[in-house]
Structures are given as structure tokens and as C-alpha cells.
Design a protein around this ligand. Structure first.
Ligand code: UGA
Length: 436
């Protein structure tokens, strides 16, 4: 079966994953970006970001993927174009739609009869605004469809290929059909709806997941106060199908380019419409406090942090990605530096420039971070950090104090390995080594 060629506008992480996955489904994909260096890298077979499985997919489908700087070239081949540009937060909390607007303004007249499919996360009402903008330019025949993405960084390829659902919001069923057909070969529930509801599904889904995280973080904090074990509590809660087990992992706060931005954007969107979204205000506040809780834990063991050497294990906002946007490591490094601590940070993949700018020293092995440290903090749950339990690693530290911000390790194993160990919401065990 021959598949319809498609366009992808903006090849950041969402656009590139979308392009590679549609190519793998058999579509020819014409990708357009305004970043000439990025287009060059991609044309040369390079991959400008770390996403498991993506490199393979791009290599396997190289002959179906084309990269250009030119929107006319895209519309000359493709009659459906996914918009995948970023919508970063503005100081007000609203999403910055300038990149989306720039794309709409640049849609060539040759796109008449084609369709624009919005994958970028946008405020509710964007579809309507874009429609008005297109109509004002006489582009009445350019269709507009909302098709939000639900890709997690680190597992974006499998999320695309095996999604829980595909949401398609359109003003006409013909427009929706055109987009639904592209997903032939993917076995999933299709949610057909209007454009505004589709836009809201995306924001509400992210806000709900963030709410679950802040909720379990608060439960973890209460567990610490009353001596319960949040891992047991989450297991017992999560087995209730109405609650579900996922997104009940406590930690030192959610980060990344999506949750912080989308929760603020939904709160702001509600506020702009005259509604105070009280629950989301708390979700945001709990998350900010959670990022800082490590400081008081360190102080409880070490007293003043001035002159203390602290190892941060992990910089990325979560494992299997190189993304440091809104990562808890940034808040932590900056608070520690402000307290006068000497901070050494290590991450297996993420670039340390952002924590270096704050005043942390970025090192290239976990051992270097631990050398002479008064404490180590697991900031990102990279699997390789399980190796800190090796006695050779512990002995590199001046004091074997380990704060596990992601509950990566088993408290009993950490204590048996001779650490003073604290995690989030679980009782600490006394180490047989440090107790003597
Ligand atoms: C999130 C959503 O999960 C995707 O469905 C959505 O498409 C994406 O945002 C987006 O809007 O583009 P992502 O930001 O890649 O994906 O990462 P998640 O795996 O959802 O994790 C977000 C943050 O929550 C991380 O900092 C993670 O450490 C934290 N988290 C997650 C917890 O603290 N506890 C949990 O139980 C789960």
C-alpha cells in the first residue's frame, strides 16, 4: 500500500520522533526546520538529540526522510504537515506562540487544499485563532487539525508506536479522516473530537499527571513524619484500578520541558478566562518545595553546608534523556552553591553547561564526583548509579552519606553497604557500619 507523503515542520524532539516513526510506517516525510546547522546534521545522517531507538529508526528509514529549510519544498511534496515547533513559557506563564505564528505566517499560497496538523502543545483556542489567521490571508482551503502528542522523552519512539490513544480534533470529519488514516498500522483507540477539546485533553492530561506526582510527594512527606513507607502506600493505592499505579513515584519534583510549562499554562489559561485554578497553584508550589527538601536533609546530617563537598549524581530531568530543562539538579545546585557548598555534578549523558553556569564543577565520572565528598545526592535515577553501593565507591567519599532523591536504591541494601542513607518517604535504616 502506498502511503501519503507528509511534512513535519520543526524537528526538535517531538518533530524528529514523529518524522522517524511515520517514515517507519512507510510514509515519505519532508522535514523542514529553520536551523540550518540542524538540517545539515540530519542530512549528514547525524542525530542532534539523545532519544533511545531514534538513531536506528532514522538510519533504517533514511531514504524516506528529507530535510529542508524551505516550506515551499515541503508543500510541493506533502499535503498534510505536522507543526512541531516549541511553545516555551513566557514570564507570565502563558505559552509563547511566536514560533507557531511564524509558521502560520509563512504558509505559502501553494498550501491551499493542504492540511495543518498541530502537534505542538498550545493553549485552548489556538485552533480558532489559526483558522481566523488563515482565512484572513485567503487560505480558506487550508484545513486545521489538532493532534496532540503524548510522547515521554526517553521512551518517545515506543510511545508513538504503541500509544494509549490518538486524539484528533477537527472541524470536519473529512479533515479528521485524513489524519486518522496516517495512523493505519498502529493499534490503538482513536479519540475524535472538536479542536478545542483536543487542545484541552493535552493540557488536562499533563496537569493531571503532575497532580499525581505532587500528591504522592506530599504523601511521602507525611510518611516521613509518621513512619510509614511510601513505596508500600503507593503499591496499595495503585492496585485500585480507579487510581492506577503509574506516576505515583515520589522524588525531588517533576521537571522537563512539559509538566512545569503545561501546568503553568493551564493555570494561566484558566486565569485569563476569569477562573482561579486553585488545585494547580498547589501542585506547582508542592513541586517547588519538593526540589528544595534535599537541602534540609543534608543540613540535618551535616549542619552548615558551607565548605562541604556535595556530589550530585545526575543532571538530566529524568533518566534516558539529555534534557536539563527545569531539571531539579539546577535548583539543587543553585541552592547548594548559595549555602556555600562545593558542588560536583556528574551525568552520563546530559550536558553540564547549565549547572556549571550556576557554579557547580562538572566531572566526567561518578567516582570523581564522589572523591572526598561529605555527601552524595542521587538527583536522576540513571540505572548506573546503582553502582554507588560498591564499597570501592563508598570509600572514595569523606563521609558515606547518601541522599537518594529518586528512591533508586533499596534502603536495606544501602544500609548494608555502609551508607547513612535517606530517600523520599521511606524509613531510613541504620547502617551496621556507620552505627558502630
Ligand atoms: C510528559 C508526559 O508524560 C507525556 O505524556 C507528554 O507527551 C510530555 O510530557 C509532553 O507534554 O511533551 P516527559 O516530560 O518526557 O513527558 O516526562 P515524564 O516521564 O512524564 O516525567 C516528567 C517528570 O515527572 C520527570 O521529572 C519525572 O522524574 C517526574 N516523575 C514522573 C515523577 O517524579 N514521578 C513519577 O511517578 C513520574
Amino acid at each position: 500500500m502506498s502511503r501519503e507523503p507528509i511534512g513535519v515542520i520543526g524537528v526538535g524532539y517531538v518533530g524528529l520522533v514523529t518524522a522517524a516513526c511515520f517514515a517507519d510506517l512507510g510514509h515519505e516525510v519532508i522535514c523542514r526546520d529553520i536551523d540550518a546547522a540542524r538540517v545539515d546534521v540530519l542530512r549528514g545522517g547525524g542525530v542532534p538529540l539523545h532519544e533511545p531507538g531514534l538513531e536506528d529508526l532514522l538510519r533504517r528509514n533514511r531514504r524516506r526522510l528529507h530535510f529542508t529549510l524551505d516550506l515551499d519544498a515541503l508543500f510541493a511534496r506533502a499535503r498534510l504537515a505536522f507543526i512541531c515547533v516549541d511553545t516555551p513559557p513566557m514570564p507570565s506563564g502563558d505559552a509563547d506562540l511566536s514560533r507557531v505564528q511564524a509558521v502560520i505566517d509563512a504558509i505559502p499560497v501553494s498550501a491551499e487544499g493542504a492540511g495543518l496538523v498541530m502537534k505542538s502543545t498550545v493553549p485552548v483556542g489556538t485552533g480558532e485563532k489559526v483558522r481566523r489567521g488563515l482565512d484572513a490571508r485567503g487560505l480558506h482551503g487550508v484545513a486545521y487539525v489538532s493532534n496532540p502528542e503524548f510522547l515521554r522523552e526517553g521512551s518517545a519512539v515506543s510511545d508513538f508506536m504503541a500509544p494509549d490513544r490518538v486524539v484528533v480534533g477537527a472541524a470536519s470529519s473529512d479533515d479528521a479522516d485524513r489524519v486518522v488514516r496516517l495512523y493505519d498500522g498502529i493499534d490503538t483507540e482513536i479519540v475524535r473530537t472538536d479542536v478545542a477539546s483536543s487542545e484541552m485533553i493535552k493540557l488536562a492530561a499533563n496537569a493531571f499527571l503532575a497532580t499525581k506526582i505532587s500528591f504522592i510527594n506530599e504523601i511521602a512527606n507525611v510518611c516521613e513524619a509518621v513512619g510509614a513507607d511510601v513505596a508500600e502506600v503507593a503499591r496499595g493505592m495503585g492496585l485500585d484500578r480507579r487510581i492506577g499505579a503509574s506516576f505515583l513515584r515520589p522524588g525531588i519534583g517533576y521537571g522537563g520541558s512539559c509538566f512545569p510549562k503545561d501546568v503553568r499554562a493551564l493555570k494561566q489559561l484558566a486565569g485569563n478566562s476569569g477562573y482561579h485554578f486553585q488545585l494547580l497553584t498547589s501542585v506547582i508550589e508542592v513541586n517547588e518545595i519538593q526540589k528544595r527538601k534535599v537541602i534540609s536533609k543534608l543540613e540535618r546530617h551535616l549542619g552548615s553546608l558551607r565548605g562541604r563537598q556535595i556530589a550530585l549524581l545526575g543532571i538530566a530531568f529524568k533518566p534516558n534523556t539529555d534534557d536539563v530543562r527545569e531539571a531539579s539538579s539546577l535548583v539543587l545546585a543553585s541552592r547548594l552553591v548559595a549555602e556555600g557548598a562545593e558542588v560536583r555534578a556528574y551525568d552520563p549523558v546530559a550536558d553540564g553547561a547549565a549547572v556549571a553556569a550556576i557554579g557547580a564543577r562538572v566531572v566526567t565520572t561518578p567516582g570523581e564526583a564522589l572523591d572526598g565528598a561529605d555527601a552524595a545526592v542521587i538527583v536522576t535515577e540513571w540505572n548506573e548509579f546503582r553502582a554507588v553501593l560498591d564499597p570501592a565507591m563508598r570509600d572514595r567519599m569523606a563521609r558515606p552519606l547518601l541522599i537518594d532523591g529518586r528512591n533508586l536504591l533499596d534502603p536495606a541494601e544501602a544500609a548494608a553497604a555502609g551508607f547513612e542513607y535517606e530517600c523520599v518517604g521511606r524509613p531510613s535504616l541504620t547502617s551496621p557500619v556507620t552505627a558502630t
